[in-house]
Design a protein around this ligand. Sequence first.
Ligand code: GLY
Ligand code: MN
Ligand code: MN
Length: 461
Amino acid sequence: MSLPFAARRAALSRLTGAPVLLVNNGERSRNLPMNRLPFRSDSSFLYFTGCTQPCAAAIIEEGACTLFLEAPAPDDALWHGSQPSLAEQAAAVGAERVASLEDLEAACKKHANLLSLSVPDPEMTALASRLSGQALAYPGKNPDKLVDAIIQLRRRRDDWDVAEQRKAAVVTTKAHLAAMRATRVGGHERQLAALFDGVIAAEGATCGYQSIVTVRGEVLHNHHYIHPLQAGDLLLLDGGAEVASGYSSDVTRTWPVNGRFDLRQRAMYALCLEAQKWGIEQVRPGTRYRDIHFGCMKIIASGLRSEGLLRCDAEEAVETGAVGLFFPHGVGHLLGLDVHDLENFGDRPAYAPGRKRPTQFGARYLRMDLDLEPGIVLTIEPGIYFVPAILHDPTLRAEHLERVDFEKAESFLGFGGIRIEDDVLVTEAAPEVLTAAIPKEIDALEAVIGAGLSAEERFFA
Ligand code: GLY
Ligand code: MN
Ligand code: MN
């Protein structure tokens, strides 16, 4: 497949009708100048240029791109090996022209109406502001016309993007399977985290976000790996590979450390899985994403009522937000070059005009409310959690005293959390689950948990 960048630039110029200055991030120090954090290009810069050079810039005019690159320092070859020439770097990504970064300011001065964009790196955002004469800030302060064009293009995938997203899913599948097979009572979260991240690295990819590998899955974005794995624990692993093009997966699986769900875990897991599979089935053109969220909530509410955790019927539990005490986040989000794709532009990419976030606890974290169209990639990730901070919250307790059996809910403290998350492509017909090869049915999971060498054996034997 040929590189997509020239066609993307042509579309950008058509949509904006103006020259565009894009800047990349620079490198950041970790603790001293020579010791740097891993570098990641800004996603929009990457999308239109394919260039992964720190501090690079591009002027895109009538579809053609001039790439401005830092010339290698004289001693770069000594410390970093021989460097490709600027012309070779531009040719590798199909940029029409190349120049030295020193020429960027003079080139910008030739344009009166440059549109430009903020990036995570504050110094490069300041440069883009100065050269374009606009007050940009990251995240969110950008010209609407440029943001709308970027959203329109990045939100809908072409075949090239989908192929890249599939590559990320293949690596993610290997990493999840490795962690499942290596799980043992007596192991440790940090060993599984190292194995998961290590498989991704061994495949030449990086983690799209910090992997969540925890038996305290009720902490939604738990980034500590401090717990030993004990019989009776549920392990929640939310992790995804990002391939060289920048596309990422975002997948969660939850499984029992000792390889068999107990009765209570089985009931809650089956309920979460029922909601997730129903949600995926709804991923079709024209479906309103918010309806998937509330539909999943209703399924979970109905199951929690059967388990005696809710006292009211499912409709009331959804309407009043009572079920949000157990499912306190949105059902998913856009996925692509960023794990929450385009979220640096606020709600504009993921909320259709005129739609606002719900205000209710739980539903207010819904990151998306679009009518689905073919080419969108999104996640479906319902969860069920027993969160002390929620169940002990005096305001939520008072509000839902009649609807929630708090005594019963308290008996679940320590249970942890379940989330099941897949990456789904909206097609003209049935949804395509890009991450379908990662086991999630109870039998399939139980067959694979602990079926290989333990993480400890893999590392140290
Ligand atoms: N991995 C973060 C999320 O699922 O949204
Ligand atoms: Mn997600
Ligand atoms: Mn996730």
